[in-house]
Structures are given as C-alpha cells and as structure tokens.
Design a protein around this ligand. Sequence first.
Ligand SMILES: C[S@@+](CC[C@H](N)C(=O)[O-])C[C@H]1O[C@@H](n2cnc3c(N)ncnc32)[C@H](O)[C@@H]1O
Length: 428
Amino acid sequence: MNETFLNHLTYLSSTDKELLKKSQDESPFNALLFDQEKISQEEILATFPFLKNHPFINNAFIYQKEDYHLGNHFLFELGAYYLLEPCALMANYLLNPNEDDLLLDCCAAPGGKMIHASFMMHNKGMIVANEISKSRVNILASQVEKYGRKNIIVTNHDLLSFPSIYHNTFSKVLLDAPCSGSAMFRKNQKMEEDWSLEKVKRCSSLQKELILKAYDLLVPGGILLYSTCSFSQEEDEEVIAYLLNKRDAKLIEIPLNPMFMEGTLKGTIHLFPYLFPGEGHFFSLIRKPNNELRHELKRNKPLDQFPYLPLKEDIYSYQNHYYLRSYPYELSSLKIISNGLFLGDYDPKLGFIYSHFLGRYKNMLPYSISLSKEETLSYLEGNPIKLDKENGYYVLSYKNIPFGITKVSQGIGKNHYPKGLRKRYKNN
Ligand SMILES: C[S@@+](CC[C@H](N)C(=O)[O-])C[C@H]1O[C@@H](n2cnc3c(N)ncnc32)[C@H](O)[C@@H]1O
C-alpha cells in the first residue's frame, strides 16, 4: 500500500495503519442482497450454502471468496438478488427510507443503494435516482426493469444543475459522492495506481459543492446521508464541516459499534476492512431544521381505467406508452430517462403489446404461469415453450419470481425474452 497514502491518514494510529495494510492481502468481501418478496432466506442458503449473515442487514449475506461467481447464476438473471459491496448496504441502514419517503439518490449509478432503498420502501414512495453520466444512467434504467421497480424515476442531471424548483422537496437525500476511492484498492488495483493527493483535493472541492446542493434539495425536517468510499478526511469529515459551516445543518450522531471507527468529527463514522467485513466507507447523517417552507410537488392523475391488466394499481400513459408508478408526481422539469415500470404500448391495429418488464413485476405473480427449473432455463436461453393455454399474453414465473412474458399461439409460447439477455446457464 502506497506510503504517501498511508501517511496522509493522520487520524489513524500506527497499529491501525498496519492493520489496514495487512487487510489488503485478503480477498475482498462481497454481499448478496435478496428481494424478500421474491425469494426466501432458506432458498438462498440452500443454493449458496457458503454465505454468511451480513452483520446488520437481515436480507443480505456476505462472502469473501473470489471464485464464487454469483453473477452467473440464473436466479441473479431473474432478479432474485443484487450483488454489491457489504459496506454500501449501511447507507440505507442508516438513512432508513420508508414507504412514505420522497428519496433523492443524487449520484446513483451503478445503482446498489438505489435498489436497496427500493426494497426497503417495498416498491412504494418515490426514489429519484439521478446520475450525471449518460452511459451509467442507462445502467440505472436497466436495473429498474430487471428488478421490476415501480417506485424509481431515473434522471440524468449534473447534480449541481439539478433544477432549483426542487429545493426543499425531498424527505431523504442520499449523496454517495464520487471520490478518490481508497476503499476500492483491494478490489480494483487501478484505483490505487491512480490515487494522488491532488485527486483527493479535487474530489474534496467537488464534494463540497455537491453537499450544499444535496442539502438544498432536502425538505425542511428531512435527512441527508453523505457517504464516500474514501478514507481521506479531506473527502469525509472536512466536507461535513464545510456544510455545517455554510448552512444551518445539524449533525445526527451515528451510534457507535465495535465495527465502526468514530470519525474525527464526533458522530460520523468510518468503516475499515479490519473492523467491518467489507471494503470500507465513510458515513455521516445530517438533519435540516424544520424552519423553511417546503416545496410540494404537483400531482398527476392516474388513468381512470386500464382494461389490459388485472391489477388495480396506478397506471399512467405518455402518448401510447403505459407505465406503472407508485408516485403521482408531475416532474416535467427533470431530464427523465425512465419514469416507472414500462407496461407496454397500445397499437390501434395490434391492440396492447405487453412489455417484457411487466413480467418482472411482483404483483403479477398470481396471474402467472409457473414453470419448472428446466423450463425456466430453456426459456432464458431463448427457446419457445409448450403451453396448453388459450391464445394471448401470459406472465411466466419460477417459484415466487415472475420473470418475463410470452405470447401463446396454438399451444406454443413465443419467446419474448430480450435477445441481448438470452443466455445458457450451465451448472445452476
Ligand atoms: C460512488 S458512485 C455512486 C455509487 C452508487 N451510489 C451505488 O450505490 O451504486 C458516484 C457516482 O456519481 C456520479 N457523479 C459524479 N459527479 C456527479 C454529478 N456532478 N452529478 C451527478 N452524479 C455525479 C458518477 O458518475 C458515479 O456514478
């Protein structure tokens, strides 16, 4: 581990530095976060018996071996679980979003914290998942589809120019800031090669701008969580101190635990790989006092009726496209990439053409055709399926997981699995 890097962590004792250095020789930790509405803990453990409980999150497990490729399993393709770094799960553990929240995830890609928040909110409330990068924002949209989320709207703004009409709006704001990434060294050697004090300073000045904007977007009385995967105080405590100095923000102290190291600013915490089974993170919680006017979002009305689905849920249309949404808000000032769960298009000649993504929506399970494992694997590979059903569209499921749609004609279900996602799953 780079000595300049270690030396600039002046808040660490020499023992801590030694432990941090030593931890770099072990293989990195990863976490599996499962969707409790689609799969049980028992089934996850029966499939992957080597998993260990995450110390804080009851629907997550951790594992350390680099030779487990859980991303190649068909249950991952079906959206039964998400894979991410274990410390990342602590962001929503601390922020604790619920079904009534309007959550802004300021820098959301690739989307681990967004998906975790959406699971915790039971697909209700609203998450605005924002990301500056055009390519990375598309990853967010694909996660929304894969995991069948109807409470996420994906937007593509530089946070610094996020429309100011949304100041004082969001009940919770998550700023997982771009950073120099020292907690990624073990996973990604390039991060260590690219690390420099200059980079830390550049990140710090951007983070200071970002945190002021994130705070301004928070509703009075709302809560902001700031996090980085950097161990540098310049990007952590210094950024929080800057906010406290510039705004009337109040720091909420995070209760200590032997797995956390308190930051040099009381109430903030660092996670280190030698204390917590993960790569490392910094967290701080902030409250905005309730002494300003809140901005209320305008509302849209869902369709009065929608004859193409059995669900009694809020559906919105845009031109001939139809979406399922848990939030009724009019958000036309935003650069929207995806705005709810896409259900399909209406074609005057062909009628309603159902989207594959409707098949990802949990509440479609009671209306689905349950397939065996062999049938599911064959369908994922792109094969048609024999179904003794009347002609028409059907949702397909495996156990409790709806995963796609088919159109039956003369007893054969045509394969509607997106071509780019078709794959043969071996040894699953
Ligand atoms: C640490 S990553 C976020 C990880 C994410 N929260 C997750 O859980 O997967 C930081 C992200 O911020 C984005 N970003 C950088 N500058 C930004 C800005 N000014 N506005 C919005 N997003 C930005 C980066 O492209 C990157 O995807």
